[in-house]
Ligand binder design. Structure first.
Ligand code: EPU
Length: 345
């Protein structure tokens, strides 16, 4: 088969990241097949270039120009197998996440509805174990295939091997930068069921005409409405969703904080741990709606940093640093960045 790969030099990445940050890739290519990806990795190996894979660009902060080869993953496609009520569906890494949610709902397959409208592509979903409204990718995950950057070998990872945690996986820890995800297989079901465990979703559901018999499509529509209400659309106001992870502290530490802040929202986790919303901590420090030149904190959700236009990654990271310092000073809690930072420190 003739190779179709085109590698360009000094390519602006502004159109490829949802924060609309200015940065250039030293080398850039878009790959639509495993052969193209193999060729791109060979090119990088020969030139001893660093490889940066890019999916939907919705969870990255570009802090400046990216040295080496940026590979945009345009792998597309879907296949599935049905046995009884169990559906196993495989999506290629370049498929838009929300479109895959809609496709499965239209087919009458359930499980993805709470994850409606999350920006980004399928290939990025396992890396940070995306989650929203009471469901996370790990709940639906079966396996994935990935190409090893160093060798071009295709490897399958089971759910256990991925070591999923809260916004975490093997691909953010031990295997960081070592693999490029090719496709993801999910386990869905044809048996109608809905998960309304997340408090904000439950309250919205209680006001719905079909309550208590909501369909998965009703749930998807409710989730979309909540997200549209709280989270800015990156096309109108560039952002990368939550900028920090919600910190998890010991039960003793949470009890201590609750004495001083009885209204603090908190969510019990396994192993006597408690999750505290970073948005609340940031809000308490007075940053909601803060503006620092061309960047700022969203006025409806304190966890979302935005680029009003013309902002840079360095400006956003400086604001993130200002926020973390304030939260650490007041609550003695260290916030951790949620998106991946690419480029110079
Ligand atoms: N809150 C504030 N101030 C704010 C916003 C929220 O005090 O400005 C408080 C609310 O009172 C609420 C709590 O924070 O009790 C939680 O807020 P919300 O339900 O909006 O969720 P979140 O913890 O801020 C997380 C995820 C989101 C996900 C939602 C819904 C992380 C880092 N973020 O946000 O994920 O959509 O829950 O499940 O876990 C993303 O990862 O990019 C993302 C948007």
């Amino acid at each position: 088969m003739p190779l179709t790969l085109t590698i360009e030099k000094n390519v602006p990445l502004q159109p490829y990241n949802s924060l609309s940050l200015p940065a250039q890739a030293e080398f850039f290519c878009a790959v639509g097949s495993l052969e193209d990806l193999g060729e791109a990795l060979n090119f990088a190996k020969k030139g001893q270039l660093n490889v940066t894979p890019l999916g939907g660009g919705s969870n990255v902060v570009l802090s400046g120009d990216i040295a080496g080869l940026v590979i945009q993953l345009n792998l597309l496609g879907m296949s599935y197998a049905i046995e009884g009520a169990a559906v196993q569906v495989t999506f290629a890494a370049g498929e838009n996440w929300h479109r895959t949610v809609i496709t499965t709902l239209q087919k009458g397959w359930f499980g993805m509805e709470n994850l409606s409208l999350i920006p980004g592509n399928m290939g990025a979903a396992p890396i940070q174990n995306i989650g929203a409204y009471g469901v996370e990718l790990a709940d639906l995950f079966h396996s994935l295939r990935a190409m090893e950057v160093a060798t071009g070998k295709v490897v399958t990872f089971t759910k256990a091997q991925c070591q999923f945690g809260y916004r975490d996986s093997l691909f953010k820890t031990q295997c960081r930068d070592q693999y490029i995800i090719l496709d993801v297989t999910l386990s869905l079901t044809t048996e109608p069921q809905v998960n309304l465990s997340y408090p904000a979703l439950r309250s919205a559901a209680e006001g719905h005409a079909n309550y208590p018999n909501l369909t998965a499509i009703d749930v998807s529509e409710l989730v979309m409405a909540i997200r549209r209400d709280k989270l800015p659309d990156p096309l109108n106001l560039p952002n990368a969703g939550s900028f920090f992870k919600n910190p998890v502290v010991s039960a003793a530490r949470a009890a201590d904080l609750l004495l001083r802040y009885p209204d603090m929202p908190h969510f019990a986790q396994a192993l006597s741990q408690v999750k505290i919303p970073a948005a609340w901590l940031i809000d308490q420090c007075g940053f909601k709606g803060a503006i620092r030149g061309a960047v700022g904190v969203h006025s409806q959700q304190a966890l979302v940093l935005v680029n009003f236009g013309g902002g840079t990654g360095q400006q956003l990271l400086a604001l993130a640093d200002e926020i973390s310092t304030a939260v650490a000073g007041r609550f003695a809690i260290a916030l951790e960045l949620e998106p991946r930072v690419y480029g110079p420190c």
